[in-house]
Design a protein around this ligand. Structure first.
Ligand SMILES: Nc1ncnc2c1ncn2[C@@H]1O[C@H](COP(=O)(O)OP(=O)(O)O)[C@@H](O)[C@H]1O
Ligand SMILES: [Mg+2]
Length: 223
């Protein structure tokens, strides 16, 4: 069963927002999604709790790092077609990072579009590579910019810097109240009126395409 983690050592980079929205997009694409909230702040759990009952139900468990393995096993026993999506806290201990690398197949690292944040992200990716040295070839990792202002110099520089890394850079999600206002209602941007989100849906396309490609090959490899 494929396990996706959304992670970045900095708070406010958009982990919970992206996990929540990705979960809703995948659900719309007919994947059976289960979310794990590993963050003490329980942002993801709160987002799911505020969700209107009339919309498709999302499943989230607020769990600790020690419980990841047993929860994955429980869900795998139910169906190997389930997809697990994990929202992680900002700062991970070395031990927690090791647990993530042990259980995760697909990693998405969102970053704010600044030189400081890009540097933090690059260092973090190196530390993932170091911890996961014997599993790293099995993990697909990609980077996404969040709260992007596409016409700025700093965004262009970020695009250049991240394109030099060995991992794919999937582009940016723009800085928009769409994410803030939809989250306040417990809904995803995929559930807002289409006329408001045309650009956002375009930005999500390469991300969803990359995630789906990786999910499909894993679901086929593990019948
Ligand atoms: N693309 C975006 N545009 C505008 N606001 C955003 C965007 N992504 C996230 N936010 C807001 O930024 C804040 C931090 O996002 P959050 O997902 O909680 O980050 P993290 O989980 O990494 O700490 C939240 O208030 C969220 O609504
Ligand atoms: Mg969060």
């Amino acid at each position: 069963m494929p396990v996706i983690a959304v992670t970045n050592p900095k708070g406010g980079s958009g982990k919970s927002t992206i996990t929540f929205n990705l979960g809703i997009f995948l659900k719309q694409l007919d994947y059976q999604v289960f979310m794990f909230d590993l963050d003490e702040t329980s942002s993801l759990t709160d987002l799911v709790k505020t969700r209107p009952k009339t919309l498709p139900k999302l499943f989230v468990s607020h769990i600790t790092f020690d419980d990841i393995g047993s929860n994955i096993k429980k869900l795998t026993d139910l169906s190997k077609d389930n997809v697990i999506l994990m929202d992680l806290p900002a700062r991970l201990t070395a031990e927690q990072l090791e647990i993530i690398v042990t259980y995760t197949d697909i990693i998405i690292t969102p970053t704010l579009p600044s030189a400081i944040d890009a540097r933090v992200l690059v260092q973090y990716i190196f530390s993932i590579m170091k911890v996961g040295s014997d599993r790293i070839d099995e993990i697909d990792l990609a980077m996404v910019a969040n709260r992007a202002k596409f016409n700025t110099k700093s965004y262009k520089k970020l695009t250049n810097d991240l394109s030099l890394l060995h991992y794919p850079y999937l582009g940016g999600l723009r800085d928009t109240q769409n994410y803030v206002l939809s989250a306040a209602q417990g809904i995803g941007i995929a559930e807002l009126p289409k006329r408001l989100t045309k650009k956002d849906i375009e930005h999500w396309k390469p991300i969803l395409e990359w995630v789906e490609n990786n999910l499909k090959s894993r679901l086929i490899d593990n019948p």
